[in-house]
Structure formats: structure tokens, C-alpha cells
Design a protein around this ligand. Sequence first.
Ligand code: AGP
Length: 602
Amino acid sequence: MCGIVGYIGSKEIKNELIEGLRELEYRGYDSAGIAVMQEGNIKAFKAVGKLQNLKEKTKNFKTIGPGVGIGHTRWATHGKPTELNAHPHMGKYSYVVHNGIIENYREIKSELEKDGVQFLSQTDTEVIVHLFEKEAANAKDIKELYDAFKRTIDRLDGAYAVLLITQKAPDTIFFARKGSPMIIGRNPGGEIYFASSDAPLIGKAEEVAYMEDGTVGYATPDTIYSEPKPLAFVPLSGDKLRAQKGGFRFFMEKEIYEQYHVISDTMIGRVLDKDIAFEELSENFLEGISRIKICACGTSYHAALTSSYLFERQAKMPVNVEIASEFRYKDPLLDTDTLFIVISQSGETADTLEALKMAKSAGLKTLAICNVDNSSIVRLADTSILTRAGIEKGVASTKAFATQVMVLWMLSLFFAKRTKAIAPETVEGETSFMHQVPRVLKDALKVHEKCKRLSKRYLHGHGFFFIGRDIFYPLALEGALKLKEISYLHAEGYPAGEMKHGPIALADAELFTVALMPKTILYDKTKSNVEELSARDSTILSISPEMFELADDFILTHPHTHPMLEFFEMMVVEQLLAMEIAIRLGNDVDMPRNLAKSVTVE
Ligand code: AGP
């Protein structure tokens, strides 16, 4: 939701903080700010909007020699995206940055107001710094300051990753984490970094520790102290270059183009020559499992929905898919013969994480399908399958979705084989189709030029319907989500057969229908549904290997003999089309308004 960074060391502190924030900007870009302390003096800067504005504002500010600093990039939750609401928030002699939500901030705020504290912002975060200063009023040394910090943290309900600096301890950063991610990195010589994900630490810190929920502590150049247990540092590897745009206009574009590459990584060691294997899933773990429940949000939910068709069709296992934020509050009936799967790109989505906690406390076996190793979701689940998509920076998820669907397709085959729902020859046949996916994803990119040209006709109108049947219905949902999140045009995904039950009333020439018309599944049925829309004058863009005579525009896909190959090709078409429409509208495709890459609040 927001990104936070911290630094202790002798490098140019402002630069270290801003470079770190650049890696986290995808998490929120309503405002950004830093506070830098040297020899007990603190200087803070804040700017509304993207990080570039903060960079401009601080261009004449330099630090020489050792010091400490904290920084923040914000996705607004409480209070508008103004400078006053931007972090770091200050007290009389301390500054704080926070990612998460303090649920009981009103209660603390009114208590502090009674003591005469004047609040400058409308945020929940500001209570932390004032509460700390109240607790630390008589603190004389680091031990007493740390106790004051702990008392402050104990009062907070909700989710937080917090960094606090104070003039009373000029070489120290106090930290706490519950529900929101925080990673600490260190180098010999007492250089220390903090960040909300490991991306800012790659190439900066030799070793990192992924903090457990409930961690509280402080760091100085000489000590890193944490409770309830010492932090476990591990070497950090990673290639920064991989995270750059590599000549593409946007990260989203780069990520669409690297799908054929990363999907091979997803398959390595799992899709064998004629077999399927998951070393993450032991027979012991799966014993007694007869059904599956999947929880996820957004694009990950669409991947889950796609898999419900695959699991039931192939593995003959009952599958139930739920949006995590709905699941949490419906008093779900949970049985221990159910494998509880959560799907998440980031591994930090609050709703999905909470759903996972519920399933765990109900005694279910849990599996995370996730792109980020060491994320909160991966660490909490009993076992996890990493999707291996690499760092995804575009807020609109593309390669993460492709790899999630691939894992789920593989998993449905794995279960089908395990339950003997299909013959060994079928397993072999399916794996041979799986091996074709990288090529299909690569060939699909050839429509890019066509999408670019077509995009100019789809900038207006009163809305889009993406329609499809079977697995192409979740793909229609995903196409509509992609378009609306980056183009800000209204789009809905619908089952093609359901249009006649209401939505067709909207059909006229200004309604754009993007029709997913695969040849391998229910082609004639879908065709009839599209004809019904065409008869009511809707403008039709068909995506199909077959020319559809009533379409106003068409994107021809390659002929395939397996629905999943058609699925992957049409997925690329949807992504490119959404991106080209958004670019033509002049939008920042990688950082669409009002969104953040990982949603760590409910
Ligand atoms: C995808 O394009 C979206 N930005 C969003 O729906 C996302 O998929 C959702 O927030 C879930 O995130 P997760 O996969 O990291 O849990």
C-alpha cells in the first residue's frame, strides 16, 4: 500500500532514501517524503505526487558523513493526498513513517488532544509519533527510549510497519512490524537499510532479514536489537538489471514481452517430458484431501476462477473459489478434508493473508501460490509453490497472471494424475501441450502492431463488455480489469451466455464488445451470443482464429487444438490492447491513478 525505507550509514543519505523509494514507488505514489538526521538535527521534505517531485524539491540538499534517515511513498488511506498528510509525520523532536492502518487511531488521537497535542494531518499515522513522545517524555537513554517505543507499539491495533527516528537517539532507527512487510539489510561496518520489499536492497545490502510479524527493535551502527527473537540474516542475491525497463516504454510492456521467457521458469522441474511433478507437495501433505477451496483478490482471483474449470474437469475434484475480502466475513464452513489455496502475486495482500490465517486456525492444510519468496503469505502457508515470474513492477498484473494460470493448470493435472481421474496417456498428452505455451506466448506478440492501430477506435463510447464462455469467462473478467485499471474506461467482464439476461439492454453502437471466440470450446454457442449483440448494433471486436463476418474489427489468433493454448494467446491480446488504449489516452500505464501494486490494507 505504501513503501517505507530507512538508512543508517555514511553514504549520501538523501540519495539512498530516494533510490530505495524509487524501487517502491509502485506501492503508492500519492506523495513521498524523507527525514534525515545528522548530529541530532533533523531535516524533512515532502512532496505531493510522484517521487520526481520530491527529488526536485531536495536537489540542493546534501548530507556529508554518517547519519540516519527514513522515507515513505504513500498510497492514501486516511486523509487526502496532500503535503500535510504525507509522511514522515513529526512530533516535537521525532519523525515516523508507517505502512498499514492504525485501527484505533481515533481513540488515541482524542486522548492526545486532551493532553494538548495539536495534530497537523488527517492521517492515522500521526498518533504514533505523538504517543511515542508522550511515552518518552522522561526517557534518558536508549533503553528508556526503546521501552517508550515498545509501549507505543503495544497501544496500536491494526497493521503496521513503522520506522521512527528521534533527536534523543541521533544514530538510531526504531522499528516495528505487524501485518505489513519490512525487511532489514546490513553490510559490514554498520551500514543498515530498511525497506518494505527486498527490491531496494538488491545490490545495496549483503545480508537481509525478513522480519516476522510482531517484531520490535532498534538499530544503530553498532547494534541491531530485536524482540521477541534475534533477526535471522541470510545473503541477498538478485540482479538489479532484471528490474529495469530494458528498452520498453513501460514495465507493463516489458512484462508482457517476457511472459514466454518466465513461463519456462515456472515449468522447470515441474512439467517433465511426459509427466508432471511438484516437489513442494508431498503425499503425506496431501493425504485426506478430497476438495479444494481457493481464495484470492483481483487478477489472482481470475486465475483462481480459471482453475476451477480445470480442477473439476480434469481432476474431478470439487473446487470452490472465493474473493478473499468476501470469504473473511461470511462465517465460512471449513472442513479439514479441504486443501486451502491462496493465490497472490505480492504475497502481502491483506485480505488474502487474513483468509489464510482463518483457514490455518480452522486446521486446514494450506498452500500458497505466490510470486514473492519470503513474503508474509509464503511464510504463513504450510507449503508454497512459487510462480517464478520475477519482479513484477507494472501495477497492472500480466506475467504474474500468466504464471499463476500455468501453475494452476499444472496443479490440476498433478491432482488428476494423483486421483487417477485421467489415464497416463492423457497426462503425457497434456504435458506436450504445456511445453508449447512459451512458443504460443511469443507468437502472440505478433499482434502488437494490430492492437496499436486498433486502439484509436476504442477510446470513447459508453463502455466495454468482454465476453467469453468457460475458462474464457475468467479471461474476459481479466481483460476488463486490465482495461479499466490503466485506461479508466468502464469495462465489464461477462459470461457470453449471460448477456441476454440483462446487460444486453445496454447494447448500441457506442457499446464495445470484445468477444473471446476460441475454436476449441463452445465456439458456436459464443458465436450466437455475439450475433445477438451485433443485432442490437453493439460494435464488435472479435478475438478468434476464425473470421467472424459480423465483427466490426477482428484480431485473428493462431489455430490451436487445446483450449489453454487459445487462452494464453488471447490473454496476451487483451493485455496489449488494454495497454495501447491506455497509452493513446496519455495515461501512466505503470502507475495508474488511485492504485497500488500491493494492497496491504483491507
Ligand atoms: C492486478 O492487475 C491488480 N492490480 C490487482 O487486482 C491485484 O491482482 C490484486 O490486488 C491482488 O494482488 P496480489 O496478487 O498481489 O495478492
